[in-house]
Every structure is written in C-alpha cells, then in structure tokens.
Design a binder for this molecule. Sequence first.
Ligand code: 5GP
Ligand code: MN
Length: 340
Amino acid sequence: MIKTEIKALKELLNTPKNIVVVPHKNPDGDAMGSTLGLYHYLKTYNHNITVIAPNDYPKFLKWLPGNDEVLIFENIQTESIALIENADLIFTLDFNALHRSGEMGEHLKIASATKIMIDHHQQPDDYAKYMYSDVSMSSTCEMVFNFIELLDDSNKIDTKIATCLYTGIMTDTGSFRFQSTTSRTHNVVSQLISKGANNAEIHNNVLDCNSYSRLQLLGKALQNLKVIPELSTAYITLSQAELDAYNFNKGDTEGFVNYGLSLNGIVFAAIFIESKHEGLIKISLRSKGEFSVNEFSRAHFNGGGHTNAAGGRSHEDLKSTVDKFISILPTYKNELSPTH
Ligand code: 5GP
Ligand code: MN
C-alpha cells in the first residue's frame, strides 16, 4: 500500500463508520483469524463493525475471540444484506474475487461502500478502491498485522487481536513450515506472543480437537491414497458414502491432503471429496517447489489459490473427475517426473 492510501485510510477511520468485514466462503483459520483480528482492531475506534461470514465454519475455529459476534450470511440473509447496503466501508479478507464469497458476492458488488481488500492470493480482481494484495505473504493475518503497523497502531494490538492473527498465520503456514514462512513471519509471530497470544493453547484448540470419527475418516482416506511415482503425485478420494459412514462434520477433512505430500519423493498431492448436496467434487491441491497448483487448478478445475496450495471443483462425478485428473497429469511430465 502506498503512503497516500494509508493516509487516506487513516482519515477515513478517524470518524465513526459502519463497517462490514468479510472472509471467503468456507472460511479457514486465516480467513476467520484475519477478519476477527481486524474486527477487534477496528473496535478500538468508535466504529460500528460486523463480521459477516458467507457460510458456517468448522468447530475448531469457534473458540476464536469474537466468534459469538459473527453473522452467517446463509442463515441471516435479510439482516446481512441490510448491513452490506448501509456500510460505509467493506473490508474483504483472504480472497481475491467477489465470487469467492459465494452468493454474498452479488451484494458486495453493488454495495456503495468503499471497499478495501487485504489478501495474498494470486491474480486479484479489481473491485476494491484500496488494495493491499501481496502474494508473497504467508497469510492474510500477517498482512493485517502489517496493516495495523502501517496505520501506526501496533500499540493497539492486544491479546484478542494477537490470538486471532497468530491462529491464521499458524494454520496458513502449516505451523510455520511452508515455504511462505519467512523470517519476518517469525518476527511477527514473536511480537504476537509478546502481546499475549498463547501458542500452546492455540495449537491445542485448533489441532488437538479430533473426534474419534474424524480419525477413523482419516484412516479411510489413507487407505484410499494412491501414488503415481513416475509423476511424483499422490491423491486421495472420499465419496459421500464414506463421509457418511464416519459422521463427517465440516472441517473434518482439513489437512488430509498433506499426507500425500508427506510421502518421500511426492511433490504434487490432491484430494477429491464428493459433496452430494452441492452436486460437486471439492478438490484441494498442494505442491512442493515450483509446480504451480494455482495454474493447474485454473486450467482444469475452476479454481485457483497459491503456487503451493489451491482449491478447485468439478461438476462431474467422483470417478470421472479422478479419471480426468489422471489423464491430464502426463502433460506435466517435464515438471513432475522425479528426474526433473
Ligand atoms: P483449500 O484446498 O484449503 O480449499 O484451498 C487452498 C488455498 O486455495 C486456500 O488459500 C484457498 O483460499 C485457495 N482457494 C481455494 N479455492 C479457490 C478458488 O476457487 N479460487 C482461488 N483464487 N483460490 C482458491
Ligand atoms: Mn490465507
């Protein structure tokens, strides 16, 4: 963000405003951490702020400070639409295109509010007056920390803000291990711990809250894991029947795709999850090194994301989707073959 924009934003935030803060659909730790972190920060001014999530999110994020204040657009549409229409400012966090907020995107599009994007996904759309977009960032939470610093307000970061921002940095970096984790990321995390983020407790809340049925579902997913060694690829499938057999709850499959990537020699991992009620197959793609799953997903599976982590979807059935995936892979032989 350039200095003049920061100055303009500082002025905007100087007088009380109606503000709506929005994460992407199916919000993850970074989406909820950044929206709630920003929410607590803006609360330190006299603004009227509402966080509106497009749809519900997993239980392992429901302990975040401010969680009880979050409106779910899918459940409370009329009130949410009125808030969007009356907003002076709308912050969109952790997404790069309005359709990523689902049906809510249509309302955001026509809203008269000044829009501010804070995001680290590739190829951002041009809908925001103020854009803080940086694909080199580990997480939107790290960017919210920078944003608060740019506004000269680091001293306002309290335990609640620190806890929210720590959570998103932790989840988006796979607990500080992905390539996007820089020394600056660690520096920010260090400051967040100094400001009161309890790292052991946060890890415990997010990661050590398995149900027995989720572990059984993981067992099934691992049984279904297939490896294509000549293309350094591993993939998992989960059918609706398998999800049903293990009492699937939202968020239960979070992180499963990484098991494929943990195999020796594998640089590309995918998971295909059937969702009968949505009539689609949800796809998560992960890679190590230079192979861009963002580009792969954009080209073949109606999605996108980052170089090493992307999502996508298919409207064909599970088998056809996997067949398509397998048939496409050889075109990436040069990038994926082990001798590369
Ligand atoms: P996941 O596999 O966890 O759903 O998504 C991995 C990453 O890709 C996340 O950062 C997520 O926000 C992003 N992502 C998932 N689906 C899409 C999509 O359709 N478009 C874009 N631009 N990013 C996506
Ligand atoms: Mn993110």
